[in-house]
Design a protein around this ligand. Sequence first.
Ligand code: ADP
Ligand code: MG
Length: 664
Amino acid sequence: MQLNEIKGIGLTTEKYLNELGIYTGEDLINYFPFRYEIIENTNTKDLKDGDKIVIGGICEQTPTVFHFSKRLNKMTFRLNTGEFIVKVDIFNRAFLKSKLNAGTVITVIGKYDRKHNSITASDIKFGLIEKTIIEPVYHSSFKINSSKINKMINYALDKAKIKDYLPKSIIEKYKFMDKKEATLIAHNPKDKVKLNRALERLKYEELFNFMLKINYLKNSKKKGDGLKRNVDYEKIENFIETLPFKLTIDQEKSIKDIYNDLINENRMNRLLQGDVGSGKTIVAFIALYINYLSKYQGALMAPTEILASQHYQNMTKLFPNLNIVLLKGKMKAKEKKETLELIKSGKADIIIGTHALISEDVTYKNLGLVITDEQHRFGVNQRGNLKNKGITPDILYMSATPIPRTYALTLYGDMDISSIKTMPKGRKPVETILLGNSKEDINKYLRMMLDEMKKGHQIYAVAPLVEESEKIDLKNVYEIEENLKKAFKKFPEYKIGIVHGKMKQDEKDKVMKDFKDNKIQILISTTVIEVGVDVQNATMMIIFDSFRFGLSALHQLRGRVGRNDLNSYCILLSDKETKRLDVLTKTNDGFKVSEEDFKLRGGGDIFGIRQSGDMNFKLADIKTDYELLLKTKEDSDRFIKSEEFNNLENKHIKDLVINSINQD
Ligand code: ADP
Ligand code: MG
């Protein structure tokens, strides 16, 4: 279904949806809420500071509105609940002003601030709430809000035929509800029990398909389909000797693994995993070198242009005699044409770039190896694309979110795995400190910040991205800015900058550049700091409300500091879940952190916030849904050996399997 076939979607809306990654009717229907808001009137008896509150009352006066900027306004009024009067602030709802008069009956949903006896509202509903409402919350943008997204999804659902990819036997086994019904419920939940069952069914299908693909690829691995190569290992050893450092044992072992894969008769399909900074890049470069020595072209695909440029510069320095080219999305036409020509003629030995590497207009002479980042595993139709060009190169995936071997074997069952566990010598671990919200603790981290800034170092301050679309979080960011400004009032030379997900790209780029150039000393951000941002001078990170993040995500974040031999710090702020977070103060090993994350599996609250997925799942989370994953693994193992699969009577399943072959 095309987006423009759906009621209410014109060209402009289509563009806004595209910005959210929604391109088709199917994308829209599968755009599931990232959390659910349970709205029931709060018992105000023992309301604590910072509690979520839902309360009905009467608006006491016409609200006043304050405009901070074109994109940010605040509306304020008093609410009389019958028991007390409380001040209400709500961001970016100035358009509601005309409907709010003295005497209007409303329900306010937000966060209670005890000290100021006020509520920072995330939403206002007209009238009182009689019974529990479960509201889906979608990642949205300034241009298109959550409830509008829900409306459009429902229009789409109205017309849509929904493909059910589960085999009949499975549906019967678990007495799963109809898929369309489950989808409807996921977008329009009425009660918790049904929602639970609907989500379970949808997640099961997602994980089952994933496991089926892996199983299928594992079984269809062909022997002897690799490229013929002949490389003398001595040449590689000679190169390694020219490096300014000694490789770690794990790096050496990974290189041997890759070498053996490349020269044997089978096609390589290997995962190289290790923490940020563990030295995967040099291993990747050497893999490209081995491939070059066997007279094939090699491609390295990075997730961002910044990172691609970085790799290009580093590799060119290490291998001045190779012909290495950088292919970017945005290039001058002439330059691009020349680069494409070099690739086509075979003059380019190594090609580094982003997605552009696998686009239609790139023709390779003889591509022997493709190295890509984890994000692209099932996402991009890469091998399909390359196959169309008549080549089946060896593949190496790199992942900076390492997971312990037992879990990796399940999740990457069709691949061979190399892990780099030992960090290069001399790397100082990031000292991680868990602090609460007491005055004492606040003073402690403010003093540490000041110390670092006096040394000329810089600081990241990260506010949770979880509700990134919601006004309430913007309030957080501006509040953090205000508090820090107050705290460092005597030091006007220290500048504070803000980046958040809803800023325009050029605004973001400007702030990031200022931070890189040390014109900004403290960078406050809501979104995960972009991949590949490397500010060596940043030695400290403070993460607010850190309980909202998974351990691996926090570990990933703190990897942004400690990029040289300076002492560096990560301050985790949280009054909740301190036991879980404490793991991070004890280890800097990503494998161990990940293991803890898996151990806590199943602890996730189904109505809680979904972390954006490690493996690009729409609903499932490999960690909290790990038990379900194991179940689907078992089921898909059995299914793939069954008559039902053999006959492939079910057209959808056939589609799925064929799809998966093209996709890998
Ligand atoms: P990753 O790609 O795993 O995030 P990098 O390859 O970028 O890590 O390595 C981080 C830094 O460590 C680079 O500057 C690299 O040159 C350096 N490095 C890599 N291996 C070693 C080693 N064995 N000893 C010392 N430094 C190393
Ligand atoms: Mg091989």
